[in-house]
Ligand binder design. Structure first.
Ligand code: BGC
Length: 901
């Protein structure tokens, strides 16, 4: 077999595969090198960017040729060639050199296409329909505060015809329709995005999508758009839906033609009578005008569209929302005559696609819910004000298929009434809908309860990726609560490629910042009253930036947001009194057992702890962006906050345990977990604080947690790092209240908002992601795969000694390539298979489970109670650490076996 480097794979531009709509003048490239030999390193690379595919095929970078660049980096290589042109597609490929001077063949050709770079490139106008009739629906209630009725528009329909010659070489549609749109060309839906565009604060920015429509263009064309309300509603101060479309045609003779939205478009109402995220849709198929979206339709009865005010446009550079999977009913029953209830066996976000045939005017109603009442009827109480009801009225011709467009629901059960004839399972499909992030992680182990918890986390995570990270998909919230977002982010990054998603979200956060530096609890800031944020929510800004750096080695993001993050930290400083934050806390250690608000952990404690953490993160960022003065001043500030924190909250042997009277007798878990996690506890008290924490967990709670969402995130890590992994393991294995296993025992298929199994209204979502951090612990501490340096350049592989698991494995597609571990504990041997991507180094911890152990790697004995001198290539002995022999390895696959001798 050849020992030369293999072509690089996973070519990405700005984290995306072949993106359309890049606007950066120096877009970044990343790739994953592959090599048949272990220990390979990239020592140099060459990227070429070509203006034509031909050039790329001939390996000519007429646009940019980086030449050989001596660098180990496989991410963040910036284009620095000729200026990039609006709307143009560029082709790129890469080759790389290993440390043995082998060079890889050129990679396959990838491309990126520029968006509309300048305001002047936009010729289209924003349009809407003149005063469409409005309808009223129930508004939303957030934290007990009702926003009033919501006045919204029916579906708005637009159309325009145009001709094109048969010499169209390339056609693109640039589209933004607020809140949501569906664009159609010649009778067909363009693309497969749904609930597009991604949510933003439309006063500041709106995102446009780019579609390659070359194959849809004919001689005579009709472009048609339906607009829905989405988040672009009066209640948030945005007004009625509006739209901008620009279709660019490039002809064989290199000339251009353009179709733009303007007052020559026609507007009308249509069959979509009502639509809203929370309440659902009402669609009357009798009102459909046949072929309204095809050329030749008579639109003389339609109104003229009107020009309306616009918004700054930016391309949408994150995975779109799609229907990613369909689910079949696992049960279909009729609890009462005329009512069918379908169970999908899984709580999820999306909607139902229904087929029906029946008399004209038949009204079919679908109501969605997470739960059933004991009598088998639908329980919609957790939906609160969200009506979550889709109504479909048949036109009465043949079999009709209906699925909603501009709403989504969080549900496991759907109740169907009014269905004509016999309803059978094959007529019902559940459509799973979320931001279509790539799955990059996989975890499994020999404990089925933990696998079930992992699955519940993954389902909740997907249900809460709707172009922003949401709290829940079912009730009248579904907002970008920052607390929920950062507490679940690490787990999300293990499971999915979140790089582009969080890049966009960090931009949303930056735009939401006020002049005084404050941030809101909810981003996009649709709810003005949620300024200023609880620091445990606001800190998401720095936490997400940190995770982008740690997991994707993204330094540009730190540079881009540094000034705003600093402004936020300074805002916290301004709102502190002698380094303690007393006023900003609102939620703190939210949703501990038996409560919504924290009953034990003082708000001042969580707020001040977050302040300390934010200052620490900022000083780390200052180092990355070379602001040495800031490194010094913020490190000093961190030290001061730590001292004040201890003075304020630390008693004899534990931290403040009661919200009202700061130091109580019985210990509180979160209060002690947080300072232990950040190593804030004075050395002489550390052991006693740890003991108090353990006494709460063991004596008071019999190995259960007593933490809200903040404490929960750090509890397991604190226990594991301090040698009490067995306590952490017992906690996650509990099947009794409170814990994740209790949810599973009670039949949960997603995570709940509360530790309690509640079935009424109020704060009671059954699909919330904020307790999902446990899954990151599974990857790091059970499979044992831990990222230690930015972009996984250094990692640990450390199977735990504290479990009764016989097997665990995890695979993560990191920014550098696949990292994987699979271990199995047998009677007299321990097998450990490891895969390390190129550009990474790992410390592999091989457990020494017996008094006398022999370790082999690839069949060669490397340890017999001490290291042998037989190390195979790329393995070297580092040290013995407790009951582990620790080896250092480079890239490639390794198989260790530790045998009892
Ligand atoms: C949301 C939470 C959110 C919280 C803020 C709730 O209504 O559902 O997940 O973080 O409010 O306290």
């Amino acid at each position: 077999m050849s020992q030369n480097p293999l072509p690089a794979k996973r070519l990405r531009c700005e984290y995306l595969t072949k993106p359309l709509g890049i606007i950066s003048d120096s877009p970044r490239f990343s790739w994953v090198p592959e090599h048949p030999r272990r220990g390979a390193k990239q020592v140099a690379y060459q990227v070429i960017v070509s203006s034509e595919r031909d050039f790329s095929e001939k390996e000519t970078g007429d646009q940019w040729d980086s030449g050989r660049v001596d660098s180990e980096r496989t991410t963040g290589a910036r284009h620095s060639g000729l200026p990039l042109r609006s709307g143009k597609r560029y082709f790129w490929r890469v080759r790389w050199w290993d440390q043995w001077e082998g060079v890889s063949p050129w990679s396959d050709i990838a491309f990126f296409e520029m968006g509309l770079l300048h305001d002047r490139d936009w010729k289209a106008k924003w349009i809407s329909r003149r005063e469409p009739p409005q309808f009223e629906s129930k508004g939303q209630e957030v934290l007990g505060d009702y926003s009033g009725e919501s006045v919204q528009s029916p579906g708005l329909y637009f159309r325009k015809e145009f001709s094109a010659g048969n010499d169209v070489k390339k056609a693109r549609a640039y589209v933004c329709g607020l809140g949501y749109y569906e664009i159609r060309l010649n009778g067909r839906k363009v693309g497969d995005y749904v609930l597009d565009p991604a949510q933003t604060d439309y006063k500041k920015i709106a995102l446009y999508s780019v579609y390659d429509v070359t194959d849809l263009i004919q001689e005579k064309n009709a472009v048609a758009v339906i607009l829905g309300n989405g988040r672009h509603i009066n209640n948030y101060g945005y007004g009625q839906p509006r739209l901008i479309v620009q279709i660019e045609l490039e002809l064989e003779n290199e000339s251009f033609e353009r179709v733009i939205s303007d007052e020559t478009w026609k507007a009308s109402s249509g069959p979509l009578l009502e639509n809203g995220i929370y309440f659902g849709e009402r669609y009357d198929a009798r009102l459909a005008q046949p072929d309204w979206d095809c050329p030749g339709f008579d639109d003389s009865a339609w109104e003229k569209a009107v020009e309306v005010k616009g918004t700054i446009l930016s391309p949408q550079l994150l995975p779109p929302i799609r229907v990613t999977e369909t689910l079949s009913p696992v049960r279909l029953v009729g609890p009462v005559p005329g009512v069918s209830v379908c169970d999908f066996g899984q709580n999820f976000s999306g909607w139902v696609r229904l087929r029906a045939q029946g008399p004209r005017g038949t009204e079919i109603k679908l109501r969605h819910g997470e739960l059933l009442h004991p009598d088998g009827t639908l329980n919609v109480l957790p939906n609160q004000n969200a009506k979550a009801t889709d109504v479909f009225i048949l036109k009465g011709i043949g079999e009709e298929v209906y699925e909603p467009r501009f709403t989504y629901h969080g549900f496991r059960y759907v109740e169907i009434t009014g269905y004509p004839g016999e309803l059978t399972p094959d007529k019902i499909e559940g459509c799973l809908v979320h931001s279509d992030v790539e799955t990059t992680g996989d975890f499994t182990c020999s404990n089925s309860l933990l696998n079930r918890i992992h699955s519940n986390v993954v389902w909740s995570q997907l249900s809460n990726l709707m172009s922003i990270p949401t709290d829940c998909p079912q009730r009248d919230e579904r907002h970008g609560w920052l607390g929920d977002a950062h507490l679940s982010a690490e787990e999300a990054i293990f499971n999915f490629d979140m790089a582009a998603f969080y890049t966009k979200y960090l931009e949303d956060i930056r735009l939401a910042q006020k002049e005084d530096g404050s941030l809101p609890d909810v981003v996009p800031p649709y709810l003005e009253k949620l300024y200023p944020a609880d620091p445990a929510w606001g800190i998401a800004y720095l936490e997400l930036a940190w995770l982008m750096y740690l997991y994707y080695e993204d330094m540009r993001i730190i540079g881009r947001h540094y000034a705003s993050m600093k402004k936020y930290v300074d805002y916290l400083s301004k709102n502190s009194e002698k380094n303690i934050i007393r006023k900003l806390g609102k939620y703190g250690d939210w949703c501990p057992p038996a409560s919504v608000a924290p009953t034990k952990t003082p708000l001042e404690l969580t707020s001040t702890w977050c302040y300390f953490r934010a200052v620490m993160l900022l000083s780390a960022f200052a180092k990355i962006v070379d602001r040495n003065d800031d490194v010094r001043s913020y490190s000093r500030l961190a030290e001061e906050i730590k001292n004040s924190f201890n003075r304020e909250f630390l008693g004899e042997d534990q931290y403040a345990a009661n919200r009202i009277s700061p130091v109580d007798k019985s210990p509180n878990q979160t209060s002690n977990v947080l300072p232990l996690y950040l190593d804030m506890v004075p050395r002489e008290k550390k052991e006693r604080v740890m003991e108090r924490l353990l006494s709460s967990i063991i004596k008071e709670w019999n190995y259960h947690l007593d933490t809200g969402i903040i404490g929960t995130k750090y509890l397991l890590d604190v226990l594991t790092a301090s040698g009490h992994g067995n306590a952490a393991y017992k906690i996650v294995n509990q099947k009794t209240y409170p814990g994740w296993g209790y949810m599973v025992e009670e039949g949960a298929t997603t995570l709940w908002e509360r530790w309690e199994n509640l079935t009424g209204g109020g704060m009671n979502s059954h699909n919330h992601i904020m307790l999902g951090s446990v899954d990151a612990w599974f990857y790091r501490s059970l499979a044992g795969l831990e990222c230690k340096n930015a972009g996984w350049s250094r990692m640990h592989v450390k199977p735990p000694l504290f479990t009764d698991l016989t097997e665990a494995s995890a695979k993560v597609t990191t920014i550098r390539g696949d990292a994987a571990v699979a271990w199995a504990k047998k009677d007299s041997c321990f097998e450990l298979a490891v895969r390390i991507p190129i550009g990474s180094e790992a410390e592999v911890y091989v457990p020494l489970l017996w008094d006398s152990v022999q370790v082999k790697e690839g069949g060669q004995v490397i340890w017999r109670d001490e290291p042998t001198d037989q190390m195979p290539g790329e393995v070297s002995f580092l040290r013995k650490e407790g009951r582990y022999a620790v080896f250092s390895v480079g890239s490639g696959a390794y198989s260790f076996v530790a045998e009892r001798v």
